[in-house]
Design a protein around this ligand. Structure first.
Ligand SMILES: Cc1cc2nc3c(=O)[nH]c(=O)nc-3n(C[C@H](O)[C@H](O)[C@H](O)COP(=O)(O)O)c2cc1C
Length: 196
């Protein structure tokens, strides 16, 4: 892939869902991005069901299979779309745990240097916005590059989903504009790396 030929620039994006349940709104948001992104990015959604709780004793050269899969998916991505529910005014333990695994080995984890867009949602009126800061801080601690955008915080999300996908136009358009921002960030970084 040439990062200089803008017409063929097709970044690899990875959505990571911070909720495990099958009918998750968080996962549905990531699934809703799939069709609109088809012509501009390679896109996969990673679910964290197989990632165990962080255990330093398992944090070896041969980590649990779910951890290896998470790290490989992140390593292969040019940018991340990190989607979180809001649990007790913060992010989910599931998502924080994944960021912790992806940050290891310390200072050289798969997530290091990856541009990352944060999306939150909730059935309530605040759109999970209270989880944004925790995800941003954890990504920063892990050495990722959380991108600077107006918060994508999707309120009353339940009514915006059909058949396991975000479909409500305003929310989808707002999220897609933010994904365009992520792609732009990837492009800027690729350009910088080519110069360095
Ligand atoms: C332990 C727990 C704590 C929650 N705390 C909040 C909260 O602080 N704010 C909020 O808006 N929703 C809260 N909720 C409701 C979640 O936003 C809701 O369950 C949401 O659907 C979870 O995301 P998901 O659909 O992706 O699984 C909480 C849910 C759980 C299970």
């Amino acid at each position: 892939m040439s990062h200089h030929d803008l017409s063929s620039f097709r970044p690899r994006l990875l959505g990571i869902s911070g909720s495990l349940r099958a009918a998750s709104h968080t996962t549905a948001i990531l699934e809703g991005l799939r069709a609109p992104l088809a012509d501009k990015a390679h896109y996969e959604v990673f679910r964290l069901n197989e990632v165990p709780l962080y255990d330093g004793d398992l944090d070896t050269a041969n980590p649990p299979a779910g951890v290896a899969a998470l790290r490989a998916a992140i390593a292969a991505a040019d940018g991340l779309i990190v989607a979180s529910p809001e649990y007790n005014y913060g992010t989910s333990g599931v998502l924080k745990n994944a960021i912790d695994w992806a940050s290891r080995p310390g200072g050289q984890g798969a997530i290091k240097g990856k541009p990352a867009l944060i999306i939150t949602s909730s059935p309530g009126t605040a759109g999970g916005v209270r989880a944004q800061y925790q995800v941003r801080e954890a990504l920063s601690g892990a050495g990722a590059r959380p991108i600077v955008r107006p918060h994508v915080a999707i309120a009353q999300v339940g009514g915006k989903i059909e058949d396991g996908k975000l479909v409500e136009k305003d929310a989808l358009d707002f999220a897609l504009a933010a994904v365009d921002g992520l792609i732009e960030e990837i492009r800027i970084l690729a350009h910088y790396k080519a110069l360095a």
